[in-house]
Design a protein around this ligand. Sequence first.
Ligand SMILES: *[C@@H]1O[C@H](CO)[C@@H](O)[C@H](O)[C@H]1NC(C)=O
Ligand SMILES: *[C@@H]1O[C@H](CO)[C@@H](O)[C@H](O)[C@H]1NC(C)=O
Ligand SMILES: *[C@@H]1O[C@H](CO)[C@@H](O)[C@H](O)[C@H]1NC(C)=O
Length: 217
Amino acid sequence: MASSIPSSHLKIFFPILLSFSLIFSISHPAIAASPSYSPPPPSNFTNTLKSYKAFIKQYCSSTTYPKNCYKYLSPYASVIKTSPLVLTKSSIYVSLKQTIKSYSALKSLTKVKGLTHNETQVIKDCYENIGDSLDEVKDSAAAVKNLTGGNTYEEAFEWSNIKTWMSAAITSYYTCTDEFDELTIRGSLQKKITTDVLKAENMVSNALSCVNKFTSY
Ligand SMILES: *[C@@H]1O[C@H](CO)[C@@H](O)[C@H](O)[C@H]1NC(C)=O
Ligand SMILES: *[C@@H]1O[C@H](CO)[C@@H](O)[C@H](O)[C@H]1NC(C)=O
Ligand SMILES: *[C@@H]1O[C@H](CO)[C@@H](O)[C@H](O)[C@H]1NC(C)=O
């Protein structure tokens, strides 16, 4: 089922994310096990921010699209600091943000006039597929909100759900682009849809890499 998210929804995620960093009780072994990026004395802001960004770059290096990962997470360096948990949560919020954007881009395409029968069908299917992805990424974002990185059965269960949802979201993106094998549409339109869908797919893939890395310690 395609779902709709009010755009006002978007605005609340980052403030929520910001507040996370204040209330975390950092207890996950991943944090202890993470490379020693001890930030320099807080008196030197430039140095500190640099080390936070270095941490993000290093963490992103094992994701599917490292450059994209760094590009979209580094603006949150001062929130993420050197916390693998906050980084992982942020990666999910960033992927939710992009999925919402891609979803609304597809929605706009459904209103374009003068489409061929094939084009109408492809856009309709892709819109539905992205809607499914959006539901799954939304569920992941809601579930991760409560997680503290604690080593409990409940948390492990939630992380496992998140992995399942994000994998399903990725599958839905490819279900969309697979349509091009079945139905021939204008090259320019195919390119536009592919770009929109893959932007979201890349972010979700990265977020899933972050989740896998975080839970593999
Ligand atoms: C902070 O670090 C930067 C880069 O290493 C250095 O250029 C600057 O002089 C430092 N500032 C202070 C106040 O120590
Ligand atoms: C998060 O925790 C609160 C308080 O424990 C609970 O009421 C809420 O249902 C939880 N949300 C999710 C998505 O698990
Ligand atoms: C629709 O797609 C089919 C399958 O690729 C193709 O044979 C057909 O020519 C397409 N129709 C139009 C109008 O492009």
